[in-house]
Design a protein around this ligand. Structure first.
Ligand code: RIB
Ligand code: CA
Length: 324
């Protein structure tokens, strides 16, 4: 099987960390670099958290590059209320020293993409991608596939009635990315809240994880406890929505999600700032610039996610259909 080269642009972040774990354990993907963007956590904290995840996975060979420290225009608003004051569920894992790279995230993206086509899985605000467009449009247009966790079509927002955090945190960056995709006849894969909200890591699934692989389970339990408490407090959910791993899983197996092509714009001001406006009825008569995902096969996702991160065969996950 040919492994697909991927840059993971993220803001770790609890669910970003689970997504990185999945990507590193999937033979379909070669993670050639992880780029950090300000989002859930300030960018330096995100850098530190990414190192902790790579240490856990025994993969400190994967380079990490520090990206933009603030949105292109708006004031930066983090999501530490959701991810804990350390950005990793207040697990307070020991820091990994050193590991600084010589170039920043956007220069890394530009250097790689000027040389070859590589895909980008974007799991945070799109600030790094917007700066890449400004700094090296030719490199941005050489992205083989751009898959983004962000936005929402019919599901309510998580930062306002209509806006999802990644696009709300830096709406100008998201708008520039979607507009650039439109102007160049390309489509971004939008994995929004319509599908990610259905991916709930429950206490039962966590217990199952810990029994199948105690070491990995212990790490996941440590970084998700705060997230469970947050979801109960704010959304009265027993469990936690893990948005970002679905995005990686979709990159690997397109049958996990179904959706439709549509023209999408991102609102950059006013009460619906950050909203992904999906023109599903084609009012604007514009060519689609996005593949908007609306349905998800939850069991298919968890079978792929758990088998990879726990090193078990899918057929060994016999009770999964009873606990999803
Ligand atoms: O709205 C959810 C998204 O925002 C996820 O990617 C989460 O990690 C945060 O970045
Ligand atoms: Ca994220």
């Amino acid at each position: 099987m040919e492994r697909r080269k991927v840059i993971i642009d993220c803001d770790p972040g609890i669910d970003d960390s689970l997504a990185i774990m999945l990507a590193l354990k999937s033979e379909e993907i070669e993670v050639i670099g992880i780029t950090i963007v300000c989002g859930n956590a300030p960018v330096e904290m995100g850098f530190g958290n990414a190192k902790k995840v790579l240490r856990q996975m025994g993969r400190l060979d994967v380079p990490i590059f520090v990206g933009e420290k603030r949105p292109v225009r708006r004031e930066y608003v983090n999501a530490l209320d959701t991810h804990g004051e350390d950005g990793l569920g207040e697990s307070y894992l020991s820091e990994v020293d050193g590991y600084e790279q010589q170039m920043d995230a956007v220069d890394f993206m530009a250097s790689v993409l000027k040389a070859e086509k590589v895909s980008v899985i974007a799991l945070g605000p799109m600030t790094n991608l917007a700066v890449l467009i400004d700094r090296a449009m030719d490199a941005f247009l050489n992205i083989e596939e751009l898959v983004s966790m962000g936005g929402t079509f019919k599901s309510h927002g998580n930062c306002s009635p209509v806006a999802e955090y990644n696009y709300w945190c830096d709406p100008d960056a998201a708008a520039l990315v979607y507009d650039t995709m439109y102007e160049n006849g390309k489509k971004i894969h939008m994995i929004g809240l319509d599908v990610t909200r259905k991916i709930v890591l429950t206490p039962t699934i966590l217990e199952y994880i810990c029994r199948l692989n105690p070491e990995t389970g212990d790490f996941i339990r440590k970084i998700t406890k705060f997230y469970f408490d947050f979801h109960w407090q704010w959304e009265h959910i027993i469990g936690c929505v893990i948005n970002d791993p679905l995005t990686v899983a979709y990159f690997i197996d397109r049958n996990i999600c179904q959706g439709f092509d549509s023209y999408v714009q991102i609102e950059t001001q006013g009460i619906s700032l950050g909203q992904s406006v999906v023109d599903s009825m084609n009012f604007y008569r514009k060519e689609a610039n996005a593949k908007v995902m609306t349905e998800v096969d939850v069991l298919r996702f968890f079978r792929l996610f758990l088998s990879r991160i726990l090193d078990v065969k899918p057929e060994e996950l016999d009770i999964l259909q009873d606990i999803i």
